[in-house]
Design a binder for this molecule. Structure first.
Ligand SMILES: [Zn+2]
Length: 127
């Protein structure tokens, strides 16, 4: 009877009742509890086996690069912020046209510099 409790390679224990069931089983035949889908068993035994383009660092980097690849839009926003002291018609209490907070300009300049650096890096890497 001990033999029956030995888990084969294609079996696992039910998450609810502990019964030995098929590893791909969606429901435990004994208790009927739905099993978590097998999380890609053995695809990556360790983090060393994960390809670099799936690791957190490069993926984050690619996300940043991707954001900057929409640079024309970003650039336009920066230009608007830089030149747009009086971008919209609004008056303060003294009747003067409202201007934007200077921090916006600083942020825009930093963004534009970052963008330039990134573009240079991308194009020099391709060339
Ligand atoms: Zn069960």
């Amino acid at each position: 009877m001990e033999q029956a409790r030995t888990k084969a390679a294609d079996e696992k224990f039910c998450e609810s009742c502990g019964e030995i069931i098929k590893i791909r089983a969606e429901l435990c035949p004994k208790c009927g509890v739905r099993q978590m889908p097998p999380s890609a068993p053995g695809k990556y035994a360790s983090y060393e086996n994960v390809p670099w383009y799936r690791r957190s660092g490069p993926v984050s980097a690619m996300a940043v690069v991707g954001a900057f690849l929409f640079a024309p839009l970003l650039w336009a926003v920066c230009v608007i912020v830089l030149t747009g002291d009086v971008y919209y018609k609004a008056f303060d209490e003294k009747g003067q046209l409202k201007t934007w907070w200077v921090g916006n300009k600083v942020a825009a300049v930093i963004l534009m510099i970052l963008q330039l650096v990134l573009w240079i890096a991308i194009f020099s890497a391709q060339g």
